[in-house]
Design a protein around this ligand. Structure first.
Ligand code: FES
Length: 373
């Protein structure tokens, strides 16, 4: 924890006053507390003062102390204790607080700080030339599960890469910060696993019964139709063109009857949202290969977790070289299939895969300045 002092005199304004709207708000806030307990409003009032002027000035501290009948030193103690309070002028459009605590550090916060140094100022708390941006390193902000992350104003931006943070900074600097959706910057719902749930994924009981019936039908057909291959039996029972296409692919066709039944079950239980996926028979679907003896660890590509890797395997994608060779149309197809909303290009899977295919982790570090995840 660094020493926190008030800004030097040259920055301190002579006086502070809440504007009309904030003055009304402050009166109401103070009245929320019982007589003799008005000091409890010290943090809300200081925060409102900061929101009004961008930072907490000495004059604001004295004003709040007077309003709450507190000694100046008591309010100063509060303002200097909590790092949420800025004690000097910060960027007028964004002050970026980069979490540097262990989980974020292990997931790349140093790369985020490098972006801040290059785009804003080499030193924390120093503003850029225009005075619109500033940054600092802070301790854990409580979003470790989606590390690395930053906070800007009251919002957090999580699952960041240096490239994504650079985009966010540029957007704020252009005055369009409100256009960015806070929270995870990848296809993650709050803090659930990347790529969707990996547990408790059973369909609701009604759907499950329906799926079971399909499986039973498929199994019956498998027996009745012998020596027709089980996959053919499963196909005959499915009216879903996508299911048929999936079962016809070279990668899934040789599966055993049990696997076919399972595939039918998964298709039957699939949510309606899957209907928006690009077709498995689309010409832009990247070519798959048979599973090699030792597939590459696709999870080394930032943005690929165990579930996504499993889906890529189902598509016949097993090597970095395959991903490195994807053209734009193929990337768009995979992005749509994974419902990634542009994340494949945003995370630059192709560049990552090229580095990994060329020289493994060593080459990745050379290109990106950090270890693959
Ligand atoms: S360590 Fe960064 S949010 Fe907790």
């Amino acid at each position: 924890m660094s020493v926190r002092r008030l800004a030097e005199d040259q920055f301190q304004p002579a006086a502070f006053a809440f504007n009309d709207e904030n003055a009304v708000w402050a009166d109401k806030t103070i009245q929320k507390y019982p007589a003799g307990r008005q000091q409890s409003a010290v943090i809300p009032l200081l925060m409102r003062a900061q929101e009004q002027d961008g930072w907490v000035t000495r004059a604001a501290i004295e004003k709040v102390a007077n309003m709450l009948d507190m000694a100046y030193i008591r309010v100063l103690e509060v303002a200097t204790f909590y790092t949420q309070f800025q004690l000097g002028p910060v960027g007028t459009r964004a002050h970026i607080q980069v979490c540097g605590t262990t989980p974020c550090m292990l997931r790349g916060s140093e790369g985020l700080m490098s972006v801040c140094k290059s785009k804003i100022h080499h030193h924390p708390f120093e503003r850029n030339a225009e005075g619109t941006l500033s940054w600092e390193e802070v301790e854990c902000l409580g979003a470790c599960v989606n590390a690395p992350m930053v906070m800007i104003g009251k919002d957090t931006y999580e699952d960041l890469t240096p490239e994504r943070l650079a985009e966010i900074i540029d957007t704020f600097d252009a005055g369009n910060g409100a256009s960015i959706t806070p929270g995870p910057q990848i296809d993650r719902h709050f803090s659930s696993p990347e790529g969707g749930p990996t547990t408790l994924t059973d369909a609701e009981p009604k759907k499950k019964a329906s799926a079971k019936k399909v499986v039973a039908d498929a199994a019956t057909a498998t027996v009745d139709a012998a020596p027709v291959p089980p996959s053919e039996a499963a196909r005959a029972k499915s009216t879903d063109a996508e299911t048929n296409a999936a079962l016809k692919t070279p990668v899934t066709a040789p599966k055993a009857a049990a696997n076919n039944a399972k595939a039918v079950e998964e298709q039957a239980a699939a949510p309606a949202a899957d209907a928006g996926k690009p077709s498995l028979t689309d010409k832009n679907r990247p070519a798959g290969i048979e599973r090699p003896a030792t597939p590459d660890d696709l999870k080394l590509i930032s943005g690929v977790g165990p579930k996504i890797e499993g889906t890529l395997h189902e598509l016949g994608i097993f090597t970095f070289a395959q991903v490195a060779g994807w053209k734009k149309a193929e990337r768009d197809w995979v992005d749509g299939y994974l419902n990634f909303k542009g994340r494949i290009d945003r995370d630059d899977w192709v560049k990552q895969a090229k580095a990994l295919a060329k020289g493994g982790e060593a080459e990745y570090i050379k290109v990106f300045g950090k270890k693959p995840r």
